[in-house]
Write a protein that binds this ligand. Structure first.
Ligand SMILES: Nc1ncnc2c1ncn2[C@@H]1O[C@H](COP(=O)(O)OP(=O)(O)OP(=O)(O)O)[C@@H](O)[C@H]1O
Ligand SMILES: [Mg+2]
Length: 628
């Protein structure tokens, strides 16, 4: 069980956190300074109205009911209305109404404005966070969980909004209110004020003690509700299993148990809240009784007017509200603290892929890897001293066992990763000099699993070039061998495919990905196992499409199926992060090394150096143009 001291510490930390959050996001907040200033003025106005509210009663008491001469700091007021009791009464009543009216108006604008600023700031931060996330290196994304990033973009940001909007201004307004109450009370009668203040620590201890228990209870309740929801979700999503096994009664019973537990947890927090309120009421009543007793003697002694006592008592009664609110805000702030950390952590994360400064022209397409070494964070070396030059227009195939580092090497061309040592250059310039956008505009990638977005087929193809016309999209689709299929769909190019393209077959996704790469019309093409998992017919269609894609471009093709690459102008065998062999298909077979062994595994009956004897069973597809 947490002690009040711990709670106090946590709340202090919460308040500190609020201020450091304001400082962290000062630029976003200051952008709204006119609104914030008005909100602050309204807060002050609201506080002033709360302070002023008991005063008309005092005048009615002292100067209307008990016929004392009116004494206000303003002689003008004393002279004009001071002599007429009815006038004092009407003025006081009018003032009461005005105070209530203005209090409402101030409160309205204060809450609307702060909420507005809170929302605006959060939208800005979310935009920043999203933009930042999109540009963070792939290495960062590999190491983060998507679900976690999503919670940061949604849940954590909403908590931040609460902290900024709701908490902050109430921190200010309740703080001011509490201090003003105290000041006015001490000025009116310090002995009585001292007495009244005695109950404050009691209330404070009560609030801190109970609020931590209430928090625990309501957290438990939320957990129970979460369990309930996920249980129902499981049940409904597996409804066919439930029905197949006729387990409806069993499921009903399970739900009943969970329901009861959730109810008990909910009741507990309500009970605790009730106890806390009761405790507060009693301490307030005790304080009030003491104050009234002592206050009455002060009134009799003539050190305080009866109306003054009334003001006093009213202030005392409204005392505990700010204390409770402050404690609640501090609690909330301490809870939101972790959310703020989770957001600032990402905003402070720097991408390791630094943007270059030179705008890349359209490349001719000569790619050179020199002494490229690479390791993923703290891991074993993945690439070791790779030296490889790919001539303009050449198609190079990377082969080798799984995990050898082929995909890693290819991803360096578009700078998804930078080498840990060595350089990658295109047309003689280190690619780190180029701006990322202009570099990537020059590289088309067909990833291994297509990776389409939810949306229409048209939008997916146009993702390669956002301003592509319909005619260009159709042209790309025809070249990618997917047009005929698209035309069989009732909605054609407007067919909406689901996320990751799961409503299409593997080969169809692959061909759309090729159309997307084609429409980009980049001088460099990277293909990562474009035909894995396809049957021979689909592979044939995809290969035809690829041949068109590679026409006149520099290409790196990664493949396990040798049938797809044997016509590449250069085959590079990579094993364990190193180039172990390279040459044309015929050369490598003649050498009888690793490639030859690899080849024999796939085509046991056709091994041999003579190219004409090695027609693979799934058909030969020419790849690019073999360079002389
Ligand atoms: N994001 C990553 N973080 C850490 N290690 C990684 C990461 N991606 C790949 N690796 C490791 O790097 C090595 C090379 O991986 P890579 O994906 O380049 O292999 P590959 O040759 O493309 O294999 P495959 O043929 O199976 O696609 C592997 O040992 C792999 O475990
Ligand atoms: Mg790979």
């Amino acid at each position: 069980m947490t002690t009040p001291i711990e709670t106090l510490k946590r709340q202090t930390r919460g308040i500190q956190m609020s201020f450091s959050t304001i400082i962290r996001f000062r630029r976003e907040l200051l952008a709204h300074w006119p609104r914030l200033t008005i909100a602050l003025i309204c807060t002050l106005g609201y506080t002033a109205m709360r302070l002023a509210e008991p005063w008309p009663l005092k005048f009615i008491f002292d100067n209307v009911l008990v016929n004392q001469p009116l004494v206000t700091p303003s002689p003008w007021v004393n002279e004009t209305i001071g002599t007429d009791r009815m006038r004092i009464l009407y003025t006081a009543a009018g003032a009461l109404l005005l105070f209530a009216l203005f209090r409402g108006i101030f409160y309205y604008f204060q809450s609307v404005l702060t909420s507005y600023v809170g929302q605006e700031v959060v939208i800005r931060i979310r935009r920043q966070l999203f933009a930042h996330l999109q540009r963070l290196s792939l290495r960062f994304h590999n190491e983060s969980s998507t679900g976690d990033l999503l919670t940061r973009l949604t849940g954590d940001i909403n908590n931040l909004r609460q902290l900024l909007a709701a908490s902050l201004l109430s921190l200010i307004s309740e703080g001011i209110l509490l201090i003003s109450f105290l000041v006015v009370m001490f000025v009116m009668n310090w002995r009585l004020a001292l007495l009244a203040v005695i109950t404050m620590p009691v209330i404070f201890v009560l609030v801190t003690f109970y609020s931590s228990r209430i928090r625990q209870a309501s957290r438990k309740q939320r957990r129970r509700e979460g369990e309930l929801a996920s249980r129902m979700h499981e049940n409904l999503s597996g409804i066919h299993v439930v029905q197949l096994f006729a387990r409806e009664r069993h499921e009903d019973a399970q739900l009943r148990g969970l329901n009861k537990r959730s109810l008990r947890a909910g009741l507990k927090s309500t009970k605790l809240e009730g106890k806390m309120n009761q405790g507060i009421e009693i301490s307030v009543a005790i304080g009030m009784a003491l104050t009234l007793c002592f206050g009455a003697t002060e009134v009799i002694a003539g050190r305080l007017s009866a109306g003054g006592l009334l003001v006093f008592v009213t202030y005392m009664q409204s005392f505990y509200r700010p204390i409770r609110r402050l404690s609640r805000v501090a609690e909330r702030a301490s809870k939101a603290a972790s959310c703020v950390d989770r957001i600032t952590d990402i905003l402070d994360e720097e991408s390791e892929i630094k943007d270059g400064t030179v705008r890349a022209p359209r490349f001719r397409g000569e790619i050179a890897f020199s002494n490229v070494c690479f390791r993923y964070r703290n891991d074993l070396p993945v690439l070791n001293d790779i030296d490889l030059t790919i001539a303009t227009g050449q198609t190079v195939a990377l082969v080798g066992p799984s995990g050898a580092g082929k995909s890693t090497l290819a991803s360096m061309v578009s700078r998804l990763y930078d080498p840990t040592a060595g350089t990658v250059s295109i047309d003689g310039t280190d690619i780190r000099d180029f701006t990322l956008t202009s570099l990537r505009d020059n590289v088309s990638v067909v990833p291994q699993d297509g990776v389409l977005f939810g949306g229409t087929i048209r939008a997916n193809i146009a993702y390669g070039r956002l301003d592509a016309t319909d005619a260009e999209i159709t042209e790309a689709a025809i070249a990618a061998n997917i047009h005929d299929f698209v035309m069989t769909l009732p909605e054609g190019y407007d067919t909406v495919i689901s996320e990751r393209g799961v409503s299409l077959s593997g080969g169809q996704q692959q061909r759309i990905a090729i159309a997307r790469a084609l429409i980009k019309d980049a001088p460099i093409v990277l293909l990562d196992e474009p035909t894995t998992g396809l049957d021979s017919r689909s592979e044939g269609l995809v290969m035809e499409a690829l041949e068109r894609l590679l026409e006149g471009r520099t290409a790196i093709v990664i493949a396990h199926r040798l049938g797809t690459i044997r016509r590449a102008s250069l085959i590079v065998v990579i094993d364990d992060g190193q180039i172990v062999e390279s040459g044309t298909h015929a050369e490598l077979l003649a050498r009888g090394g690793g490639y030859c062994a690899f080849h024999d595994l796939q085509y046991p009956s056709t091994s041999g150096p003579n190219e004409d004897t090695v027609r693979p069973p799934d058909g030969v597809i020419r790849f690019g143009r073999a360079s002389a």
